[in-house]
Design a protein. Structure first.
Length: 315
């Protein structure tokens, strides 16, 4: 552990905002490093493996910052901001951190995939405000104390255009991560879900990288999977065009065939994956609206069988 964070001077005499980042993988590690670097905030990291300095590789080079890390939820106190950056299925395991860090005046930014951020997190946050955040940078943890991030879009983070979203944009303002606040967040979150809803399940189930999406039979299957999902998204209020599935596939074809997906890498590593937040969310929303989702249902059953097996403790 290290007490390095908190030593840099603040720009004024008011106490620095206290920011806790829970889960320092690719996304949380980059966010924690970039928030800590200017010295404006008191940043702590809630992790399972402690370290003294965090090394961040980004487009502008490599920098390192001292970071105060905690491994025991009992050791932390309430903060102004929490950035929750675990995988969605790890939210319950992050619950003890959230319960210690949050009060009704805390704001929790959930940098996670999926469409149900608030429902997923609300049980743990003691009435704190929840800000759902869509993530558009690639993050990769290289070692426990080193991460690499790559921007892939003009806006690395997207939130609703409400008080919480705007406060998050202000928090991130000293960092190079640009936040778009959108009045049509529901459409953007469904678009993000759609881009994940074909590539992740198919690469995980076939154990092949995105090259597999170029097979004509798989391409056609993806279009049908996405057409089901888009129908559900429209019923939820997302303004998804009729040709949205085709646009998604066209966009996926611009990615390198050598790329994997997070579900593919989690399966390779024998870990559980974000099945409920992606395919599960589509099937559940379909059920709410009485819309059949047979293809997504088959994917969900197969993915659950693998992910739940991977979640069992190794004997
Ligand atoms: N990576 C990307 O490029 C990317 C892009 C867009 C969206 N996203 C989304 O962003 C979210 C985070 O993804 P990620 O790639 O950063 O995941 P990740 O690399 O797996 O990082 C998650 C981190 O959370 C930690 N963690 C889990 N449970 C914890 C607990 N109870 N206490 C403390 N730490 C805990 C893990 O620690 P251990 O290492 O100890 O397991 C891991 O370091 C996901 O929803 C993902 O879908 C990711």
């Amino acid at each position: 552990m290290c007490d390095g964070a908190g030593m840099a001077p603040s720009h004024n005499d008011s106490p620095r905002l206290k920011v806790a980042v829970v889960g320092l993988g690719g996304i949380g590690g980059a966010a924690a490093g970039l928030l800590a670097r200017p010295g404006l905030y008191d940043v702590t990291a809630c992790v399972r493996q402690p370290f003294d300095r965090l090394y961040v590789e980004g487009p502008e080079g490599v920098f390192d910052v001292p970071l105060r890390t905690f491994t025991d939820p009992a050791a932390v106190a309430p903060v102004d901001w929490v950035l929750l950056c675990t995988k969605t299925h790890e939210t319950a395991s992050a619950g003890p951190w959230l319960k210690r860090l949050c009060t009704p005046s805390t704001i929790v930014a959930a940098l996670q995939n999926g469409i149900d951020h608030a429902e997923r997190i609300a049980p743990y946050v003691n009435g704190a405000t929840i800000v759902p955040v869509l993530v558009y940078y690639n993050g990769e943890r290289l070692t426990p104390d080193r991460v690499r991030y790559r921007p892939v879009s003009a806006n690395e983070l997207v939130t609703p255009d409400d008080a919480g979203g705007r406060a998050f944009a202000e928090l991130m303002q000293p960092t190079p991560l640009h936040v778009l606040t959108s009045a049509d967040f529901i459409t953007l979150k469904w678009r993000k879900l759609l881009i994940n809803a074909a590539a992740n399940p198919i690469t995980a189930l076939t154990l092949q990288r995105q090259a597999v999406l170029r097979r004509p039979d798989i391409y056609a299957l993806c279009l049908d999977v996405l057409a089901e999902a888009a129908k559900v998204g429209r019923a939820e209020g997302a303004a998804l065009a009729e040709d949205e599935p085709q646009r998604m596939m066209t966009s996926l074809m611009t990615f390198s065939p050598e790329l994997g997906t997070s579900m593919y890498f989690d399966r390779l590593a024998g870990k559980p994956f974000e099945v409920e937040a992606l395919t599960g969310a589509i099937v559940a929303a379909g059920q709410r609206h009485g819309i059949a989702t047979p293809l997504n249902g088959v994917l969900l059953t197969l993915l659950r069988a693998i992910s739940e097996e991977n979640a069992k403790p190794q004997s």
